[in-house]
Design a protein around this ligand. Sequence first.
Ligand code: AMP
Length: 417
Amino acid sequence: MYSNNTSSTKSTKSFGSGKKKKKQYGNKSNSFRNKSSNRPQQRGGGFKKSTLDPNLLVRKATEEVIVEYESKRTIKDLPIDINLIECLVAKGFSKPTQIQDQTLEYLLDGHDVLGIAQTGSGKTAAFLVPIIQELLQNPQKSYALVVVPTRELASQIQDEFISMSKGLNLYSECFIGGTNINTDIKKLRRSQHIIIGTPGRLLDLIGKKLIDLRKFNTLVLDEFDRMLDMGFIHDMKKIIGGMENRKHSLLFSATLDKTQQSLIDNILSDYKTVKCSNGETTCDHIDQDIIHVGGGDKFKMLCDMLYEKEEFSKVLVFEETKHKVKRLCQKLEKIDITADQIHGNKSQNARQNALNKFKKGKIQVLVATDVAARGIDVSDVTHVINYQIPLTMDSYIHRIGRTGRAGKRGKAFTFVD
Ligand code: AMP
């Protein structure tokens, strides 16, 4: 744990020294436990108390989770069209991930499925593969509707669909907020097999009678828990209510909160549950620790970490408001730490550019709000840093799930007052 009693605060004057200060991020959480677990957090002018127990934010990654799930079959063994297999192999997939392995037959048999899987577990392919398979056997226009909480996640699913269906004559479109709706209207003149979108923009297009929900018989709700968190419940209900011919529903969530159960039971019928994580605890393959700020200079502490460029090479920093994200990013840039920002006030283009730079390693740091960072799929994020303790464990799990993806071990630090 970082503490202002340690050398960390003193050493912050040496910006750019590049000295290793590993000891500063030890695992000593007791002083924090004693001092500040019940301290209210100041947020956006008001006081809101985090419901998070900071004790839960300190844990070592367990070795066994690094041993990845190993499917007994390869991609080539899957009971799907050879052309689809070729697309998956071309993407570099050799074996199905756990969620893919354990849901495939249920989905091919037409069962509704509740998939509980962490971000990065391959859940996009888990639902796209059976959808593509069905479309190859029985091409139907406007077949599946995929509803997701964020624009980035929608774009990523669209990209996955394109690469998984190369040369198969299947078409998808992505409709998300923050883009020109007239472009969407033009896109809708062509027909698609699958539509991916965020609830607000989908409802706009449905309201203009440009999307007819009755044509879709398959519904995918991805990051369902997030959609509830983000207040999309009524939008989701409207969309689901309009799908009069819905026959097949797939619901994916990283966490499973018992209060969601009756809602899930209303959406899915006679469904199979596939759990790839317990959905309640934080990611076991991520080293997690807290950094005690006390009266210290939090920004300097952050810089000290970031100056260890080799180790902290791709860092996702969470701030709580758009304004704070902007300010933190500017402060980092001023001291020559390459950074960009991603939040709701940025245009979709700017968000995508920032994400691309981060993916390609052109910037060291991406500063983000919770909401904007949903669905960020960057496989080698070295660290997630919570510049503010998140309000809920759910939000914490989603944030730290951006590191330690694709079987890698991740690291997450949370600053606590
Ligand atoms: P997701 O959980 O869907 O966001 O996927 C996380 C990442 O894993 C994406 O970059 C996928 O392309 C990749 N992926 C999905 N399935 C597999 C697989 N069977 N083998 C290797 N990579 C995969």
